[in-house]
Design a protein around this ligand. Structure first.
Ligand code: ADP
Ligand code: ASP
Ligand code: MG
Length: 439
């Protein structure tokens, strides 16, 4: 029988009424057997996600030794949910034990993980399902990386024989025995891990939009829905900011060819978006599949005559950055120029030191720093085979009066990346969207 793993995100767990809707979704399909949940998210604009409330608990704990004040709104949130659902569980006792353990563990990751823990306890109660704590079945290695082999075995052993089980998303256990979380939005990864471990036929990711949209709905009014995406396109779009699905969530499912379906908890009848391996992928007919982007990058531009004939030039430059432990996002290069694109946040006050290091290592003619850059990635398998796509892209940006500061076209020809000033970010996305979608 087919098996579906269903991950419900923060807005799907936001209050008792919505959780009752989730219950209906699960019970309407006997194949929906393994459920992964996020911590309760925002109920209205301006509301605070439980995970963010918990990060505040950790801040209070660090400065005062207790988190009593900041934990109060977390309690209010969960008590409210339990009451709305009419559950019999002793939520006060569970919350008190949770607070005590937070104060004992004194760990940022542990504190943040409790939103998912409590959410999953409640969901298991609602469904009459087995609660499987991911602290016991999802592992990280001594370098802090997800340990697939160990985790898949443990998840599969814990779920063996269970008709219906609920897993908290977002966290697992580190090599030191302590709870450790994935990065923000990481419950999507947990869903993918559980899907892989239990050989699911489908990984359903339930959220608050009817699928992956051609661009961020906050920037363009009702963007078109993407019916089908390849794993590769998804990776490009989500890494570059389309946070519907965590960019790392494809790795566990990709190896096992498990498709992902994005679905809307609030409109379950909508088809959503299928994310599939390339042998199943059917192009949407549009040259561009989607557009995404992120603000706040710094570009370090390096120029030196005859750079291309100087063996080891790039390696020397990259070594300087590596020694500071800073990840480089892109390295666009020309014959006598190369640029390093780095997330500004990651520079962490080390820019001067890096520039000095580069000057010492390769004696460039020029080193220039361009700050406040936004990167925008236009993605689609159709782009490589369609003549004139880049011309259309650049013309659309020029027609909007926006200056392109950097261009990077990956050799896969799956995407074209442009760098523009942060201030031009929204307008640039709109201009590209209008060019390729608004017909
Ligand atoms: P969840 O809590 O279910 O994990 P997220 O907030 O992480 O949900 O992701 C869903 C949100 O992603 C949507 O509400 C939407 O605002 C945002 N989003 C950004 N880019 C896109 C896009 N290209 N398509 C759809 N949603 C997007
Ligand atoms: N609750 C976590 C976060 O807010 C993880 C998740 O929602 O996926 O980042
Ligand atoms: Mg999410």
């Amino acid at each position: 029988m087919a098996v579906k793993v269903c991950k419900f995100g923060g807005t799907s767990m936001a209050d008792g009424n919505i959780i009752n809707g989730v219950k209906k979704i699960i019970e309407s399909d006997a194949e929906r057997r393994y459920i992964v949940v996020s911590a309760p998210g925002k109920r209205f604009s301006g509301d605070i996600k439980v995970t963010d409330l918990l990060y505040s608990c950790y801040d209070e704990l660090k400065s005062t030794g207790s988190c009593e004040k900041a934990f109060a709104p977390v309690c209010t949130r969960f008590r409210g949910i339990v009451k709305e659902l009419g559950l019999e569980i002793n939520i006060d006792q569970i919350l008190e034990l949770t607070r005590r353990r937070i104060e004992k563990e004194r760990s940022r990751d542990f504190t943040a993980s409790r939103g998912e823990y409590l959410s999953a306890r409640i969901m298991a109660e609602v469904l009459g399902a087995k609660f499987i704590d991911t602290e016991e079945v999802i592992f990280f290695d001594k370098n802090g990386l997800f340990d697939g082999e160990k985790s898949y075995k443990a998840v599969s052993a814990a779920a063996a024989g269970e008709k219906l089980a609920v897993f908290p998303g977002f966290y697992g256990r580190g090599a030191n025995g302590k709870v450790k979380t994935f990065s923000r939005g990481g419950s999507d990864i947990t869903g993918a891990v559980v899907a892989r471990a239990l050989s699911a036929t489908l990984y359903e990711n339930w959220t608050d939009v009817s699928g992956f949209l051609a661009c961020d709905p906050a920037l363009v009014d009702s963007p078109k829905r993407i019916k089908m995406l390849s794993y590769k396109e998804l990776r490009e779009l989500s890494y570059m900011g389309a946070n519907v699905l965590h960019a790392d969530s494809i790795f566990p499912v990709r190896k096992a060819n498990i498709p992902i379906q994005i679905k809307n908890t609030f409109r379950p009848q909508d088809d959503g978006t299928s994310i599939v391996p390339s042998n199943i992928y059917r192009p949407c007919g549009n040259v561009v599949t989607g557009i995404s982007g992120k603000k706040n990058f710094t570009v370090i531009f390096i120029e030196k005559s005859l750079m291309n004939s100087e063996v080891g030039f790039m390696r020397k430059v990259l070594t300087v950055v590596e020694q500071e432990g800073i990840p480089v996002e892109h390295v666009p290069s020309g014959i006598d120029t190369m640029s390093l694109v780095v997330a500004t946040e990651a520079l962490d006050g080390k820019l001067e030191k890096i520039i000095e290091g580069i000057k010492r290592a390769v004696q460039p003619d020029t080193v220039r720093v361009i700050e406040n850059i936004a990167l925008i990635s236009t993605v689609g398998h159709g782009m490589s085979s369609s003549v004139g796509t880049s011309a259309r892209l650049f013309n659309a940006i020029a027609a909007a009066g926006i200056n392109i500061k950097m261009i990077d076209q990956g050799s896969s020809e799956l995407n074209i990346m442009v760098g523009v000033a942060n201030d031009d970010y929204e307008r640039c996305i709109k201009a590209i969207y209008c060019e390729f979608f608004a017909h």
